[in-house]
Design a protein around this ligand. Structure first.
Ligand code: GYE
Length: 323
């Protein structure tokens, strides 16, 4: 909780600083010429986290704040996302922001942006390409999120042992890769048995379908579910109930994100633990874009801190949860 509040403080100070700029925009507010044109290549709209992230980005990259935002959502298709970035380069935008769907495949287009003199800033997920090809990354410690989830599992079920199934996020995304690494680290050497682990693409629909498959195969042998995000966990709730089992009781559930619907499920006792992943990155990203364009030096990686929540936390926080 301490960590969580600290994170909020960092963000709100950044927002205040930006609000300060926006309240005195001079002639930039309406004059198209003075606006900074930013192309933003979003992954798609797979989850509640993603909606909150998109909203945060659109609010921060407003005309009022001095930006002309060109928004693209790639429906979680890596080729479509690369095509969007290429089109931003052709349009001659001032800066490009990418929430990369997958880690690999970025070298060519990032080199093209570099050759065109257009700075690239990453938000949310990372890439495997060289750090020289982007100015900064603003995101979360996904490996730590996975580790926190795994530590909770070991703490609560390590002694008696438990059978676990995993719903993974988008294959090849840094969020899924790093969460899997951190989780595996934390449960290594414990009594936890992984029955199965498959991708549910970070969506409710696929979370439900994959959980149905797990339940058909392993039935009530499943003690625990770790879902890489709330949405897949929420989809799995339907499958668990349809199988005549009680989520949160017959099958304990730990997820990542802590969006409102996830926190509601936690408050209801259908989820048992949620590791936070903060989607409100817009103000910070906008601040970094402005700094980069002003020629200031910026940190190569900027990590926004996350917390973790129990049922009691969820009940307390839900009324004021902003997303
Ligand atoms: O956890 C999931 C979203 O990359 C952190 O992507 C993000 C993840 C988030 O679809 O809900």
């Amino acid at each position: 909780m301490k960590k969580f509040l600290g994170g909020l403080a960092v963000i709100s100070m950044a927002s205040l600083a930006l609000a300060g700029c926006a309240s005195n925009p001079g002639t930039e507010a309406t004059g198209g010429d003075d606006l900074i044109t930013v192309g933003f290549a979003q992954t798609g709209s797979e989850s509640g986290w993603r909606s909150a992230n998109t909203e945060s980005m659109k609010a921060a990259f407003s005309e009022e704040n001095g930006f002309n935002l060109v928004f693209n959502a790639a429906d979680n298709k890596p080729e479509a996302q690369i095509a969007a970035v290429r089109s931003f380069i052709n349009q001659g935008v001032d800066a490009i922001v990418i929430a990369p769907i997958v880690v690999d495949g970025w070298d060519d287009v990032l080199n093209e942006a570099k050759d065109a003199g257009i700075p690239v800033i990453l938000e949310d997920r990372t890439v495997s390409a060289s750090e020289d090809l982007y100015a900064s990354w603003i995101g979360l410690d996904f490996e730590q999120e996975g580790r926190t989830a795994g530590e909770w599992v070991v703490e609560n079920f390590g002694d008696e042992g438990a059978n676990l199934v995993i719903l993974e996020g988008t294959t090849g995304s840094s969020a899924a890769l790093d969460r899997a690494t951190g989780f595996a680290d934390a449960i290594a050497g414990s009594n936890i048995t992984i029955l199965d682990s498959q991708t549910g693409n970070f969506t409710r629909a696929d979370g439900k379908t994959v959980m149905e498959g797990f339940l058909q195969k392993y039935g009530s042998d499943i003690d625990l579910l770790f879902a890489h995000n709330d949405d897949m966990g929420l989809g799995a709730l339907d499958a668990i109930k349809a199988a005549g089992l009680e989520p949160g009781v017959d099958i304990k559930i730990v997820t990542i994100d802590a969006v409102r619907d996830g926190m509601q499920a936690l408050a209801n006792g259908e989820f048992n633990f949620i590791v936070e992943c903060n989607p409100i990155l817009g103000e910070k990203v906008a601040e970094v874009v402005k700094a980069v364009l002003a020629g200031e030096s910026v940190e190569k990686s900027i990590i926004v801190p996350d917390g973790a929540f129990t049922q009691e936390d969820a009940i307390e926080l839900l009324p004021t949860r902003p997303y």
